[in-house]
Design a protein around this ligand. Structure first.
Ligand SMILES: Nc1ncnc2c1ncn2[C@@H]1O[C@H](COP(=O)(O)OP(=O)(O)O)[C@@H](O)[C@H]1O
Ligand SMILES: [Mg+2]
Length: 202
């Protein structure tokens, strides 16, 4: 809770800083699921992941991206637990310079109540069901998750999952394969130049 409030306060004041680096999406998903392990276990939900091995990397602040995903997984196992399953999937969407990586968090729960849909991402907004059933939380998870997505030039949206549960999707610009291999080449060059560089410096 403290982490969420501090995160929100930092974003409101513009003090949040992001360090963008090439990030492996599988690793981000693994870390988010590991961090949610107690909530997942308490929910009794079965968690399935589906991430292709050749997925492009994304330019991201890994800590923030893990935080974003944690909020979505936490919501799936608290608000959508009654279906008994949660799935985290990733796939490339679009092509060329417009290519993105989509990460979806789906659940088998009741889905988004149409009465809540327009305010879901508002700060401190909680669904009517969550308030009525006294589900834990205080309405900042989706606000933070969306702001993190936007800080990455991405989007966070929601739609129905197969079976009627909620499906949150996060789309982030992919690092083009050409840039990745150029980067690798760059790394090799640097290593080749290493001795000369240190000799120059020395
Ligand atoms: N997976 C989900 N299934 C159904 N409703 C959801 C789901 N995720 C979020 N919601 C709804 O969106 C509201 C806002 O979510 P969030 O900002 O994380 O706040 P909190 O989880 O603290 O209530 C929730 O109160 C709930 O009504
Ligand atoms: Mg939440």
């Amino acid at each position: 809770m403290v982490e969420q409030i501090l995160g929100f306060a930092g974003m409101q004041s513009g003090r949040t800083t992001y360090e963008f680096r090439p990030v492996d999406v599988q690793q981000v998903i693994d870390k988010a699921l590991a961090a949610c392990e107690p909530e997942i276990r308490a929910s009794g939900c079965k968690v399935e992941t589906d991430v292709p091995p050749d997925l492009p990397m994304v330019a991201a602040d890994a800590t923030s991206l893990v935080h974003c995903l944690r909020n979505l997984v936490d919501n799936a196992v608290t608000h959508g637990a009654e279906g008994g399953w949660v799935a985290v999937r990733a796939r490339p969407v679009g092509a060329g310079k417009q290519e993105q990586v989509e990460i979806r968090v789906e659940d088998g729960g009741p889905g988004i109540d149409p009465q809540d849909a327009s305010r879901l991402f508002d700060p401190f907004y909680r669904g009517q069901r969550s308030v009525r059933d006294q589900v834990r939380g205080f309405g900042l998870g989706l606000t933070l998750a969306r702001r993190i997505a936007e800080a990455h030039s991405g989007i966070l949206g929601v739609g129905p999952a197969p079976g009627g549960g909620a499906a949150f999707f996060l789309r982030l610009p992919a690092i083009p394969a050409a840039a990745e291999s150029a980067d690798e080449a760059g790394t090799v060059d640097e290593q080749d130049d290493g001795e000369t560089d240190s000799a120059r410096r020395g």
